[in-house]
Design a protein around this ligand. Sequence first.
Ligand code: S3P
Length: 180
Amino acid sequence: MNDLQKNKNKEAGLIFLIGFMGCGKTTLGRKLASRMGYPFIDLDHVLEAKAGMTIAEYFSAHGEDAFRKLESEILKETDYPENAIISTGGGLPCFFDNMQWINGRGRSIYIQLPPKTLAQRLSNEKNQRPLLRDKQGDALVKFIAEKLEEREPFYKRASIIANGLGLNAERTEEMIKATV
Ligand code: S3P
């Protein structure tokens, strides 16, 4: 019997999806949660509900430092169920002790994608993201490549590193089940 068969009926606990903006945390997270029968929690949405405004509005009203503090508080103070799929903001693992906290509380999956792919995916929806708003074309790819280099040491502390190209919910569930 392989690990996947052995672990088929074990519960997954808390699974945090991490990675750069545009890597698919929310889309994949939703599908994965419905496939596994777990609730889906999007921490960006929890923050927006708590702040009573969008992230873009919060950034312009209070600045990035205040955003990072609130984001970390929300991570640590959310009342999680026993099992859940949780998507996190792209910068969250890279501030304070958030990554250590995540790995202490559950398991994490880094959805890894190259800068060019991220830029293609983000070019239509970057207006909702304050860090990307004024960038396009080569400047957008360059910004993503630099930020990703800075952030990868944090992302790579994930329990599972998954190649995001062609990644689907079925494959992600298999990876989770193989490691419970
Ligand atoms: C950010 C990513 C965003 C959001 C905020 C900052 C970042 O979340 O938290 O705009 O620093 O990478 P998504 O990764 O869900 O877009």
